[in-house]
Design a protein around this ligand. Structure first.
Ligand code: PLP
Length: 247
């Protein structure tokens, strides 16, 4: 159920301010500059008008996990006069992109977090190339080898990075990961550290070919651990919708 709309805008502004403050505090605790961490506001739980209100509250990077929902929201934003330049509003796809949805999705995206196969990398690259773009992407990695999770295993990453000079339509910016479902804070921290270490290794190995400076990791429940481990993008959903979406 949705709360009355006049209070929704206020709640969203409060939630957005609180999330920013929490991320700021987590950076301070980790001895990191808060400028190094950006919040992706995950709007997948809500209808387009609420995503619009989140943008109005100050969130300029919106994350969706399904291409179809992304299309609907982008269409709503255009229809509602929030057809702002890509520099002011960036859409990130954080869930799997099916190859048959590529053509329609790609022009809307500022970043794809969930590149999870060489085949998809090739398809995204050639599509982006054909529209004169070089799309920033992250390789989604599953460091724990947990079969319930999506993403590439650590062992599969070098094969993709070895192709990077051929993949001219994409720019591999870093890695994306999720902690295991039942992970404690300590376990989540350890998994995020593993992702960072993997990044550091790959960065050395492919020195001069890629700059893997982005780490997309951390959600509402584990952003602190992710920031402590070096996250540069945290994907926050639930915390932003507290009091707005009833359970
Ligand atoms: C839903 C989702 C999030 C947001 O998770 P919350 O726990 O609601 O903050 C982050 N990343 C991905 C990939 C998601 O699908």
């Amino acid at each position: 159920m949705l709360a009355a709309s006049d209070t929704t805008a206020r709640l969203l502004r409060d939630n957005w301010a609180r999330v920013c403050e929490q991320v700021h505090d987590a950076c301070a605790c980790a001895g990191r500059d808060a400028q190094q961490v950006q919040v992706v506001g995950v709007s997948k739980y809500v209808p387009p008008d609420l995503a619009g209100q989140l943008f109005d509250a100050g969130c300029t990077i919106l994350g969706e996990n399904r291409p179809q929902s992304l299309w609907d929201k982008v269409a709503y934003f255009q229809a509602s006069g929030r057809d702002v330049p890509a520099a002011c509003l960036r859409w990130h796809l954080i869930g799997h992109l099916q190859r048959n949805k590529l053509r329609r999705t790609l022009p809307m995206l500022s970043m794809l977090h969930s590149l999870d196969s060489l085949r998809l990398a090739e398809a995204v690259s050639s599509e982006a190339h054909s529209i004169g773009r070089r799309l920033p992407v992250l390789l989604e990695v599953n460091v724990t080898g947990d079969s319930s999770k999506t993403g590439l295993s650590a062992a599969e990453l070098p094969a993709i990075l070895a192709q990077v000079d051929q993949l001219t339509g994409i720019e591999i910016k870093g890695l994306m990961a999720m902690s295991s479902l039942a992970a404690s804070a300590q376990e989540a921290r350890h998994e995020f550290e593993q992702v960072r270490e993997l990044r550091d290794q790959l960065q050395q190995e492919f020195h001069g070919h890629v700059t893997l400076d982005q780490l997309s990791m951390g959600m509402s429940g584990d952003y602190r651990e992710a920031i402590a481990a070096g996250a540069t993008l945290v994907r926050i959903g639930s915390s932003l919708w507290e009091g707005i979406l009833e359970p």
